[in-house]
Design a protein around this ligand. Sequence first.
Ligand SMILES: [Fe+2]
Ligand SMILES: [Fe+2]
Length: 262
Amino acid sequence: MLSARTIYGEIFDNDEAFGLFCSIAASGEAQGGWENGKIAALVPGSQAGLAAKIARHGADEDKHGRIFTALLRKRGLEPVPVPADTDYTMRLEAAGIGLAHARLRREEELTEADIVTYLAHSRITEQRASEQMQALRRHAGDRPDIARAVRVISADEDNHLAYCHEELLRLAAAGHGEVIRATLRATALAEIAIYRDVSLAVMAHLGGILGWPRPKAAVLAAGIRGVYACERAGGWRRMVSLRMPARRNALGGPVRAQASHA
Ligand SMILES: [Fe+2]
Ligand SMILES: [Fe+2]
């Protein structure tokens, strides 16, 4: 049977596949942590209230990176190099989505337009993260270590998404509405294609490790392309809506300490 649950099970049960899966996840989270840490330090004076929330966002992503690394180490594994074609964050950056890393490394104060770009990019990528963690939650149910880790991360990603909605609505009300709508649209359309390509690359690497026969790999690749077709045909619109979240000020608290279980 070729169900998502079986596929995740195969990955979780194989040390090499699990090692690559967690390494890719840890690296993406750590890059998110780095980006948010840089942005928090460069927030313009007009948006000073955001700095602590962005720092908290970055601290959460760093924590997620540590959680995935801890899952590896618990199995006696070490992180492995992440193949470039599976690097979601770097591929988004290379496509000009979000703030360029070179811009962040210049250590110059950001503009309000940069903050809109950052929040629109986060609105899209946090939705992806939130949906992926919900999928992992569904499929890791009988593996307590993984399920516990994913529950923690999933709750954080939902908070990150809520924060993006709230802050973008605030900036839209302050007159940035048109730019926000255009940026969200362009970001979503680019993201769905990059997500497809990264998913195909991840599946190809994992399939190689797990020795999947060609027909099985072909069915999975067709599934990934099918998801893209649905997203391109209109599914992308779910990623660009803005709704005031039930949970307000989701990142308003202090930066939390290390994950206790990691
Ligand atoms: Fe994360
Ligand atoms: Fe996040």
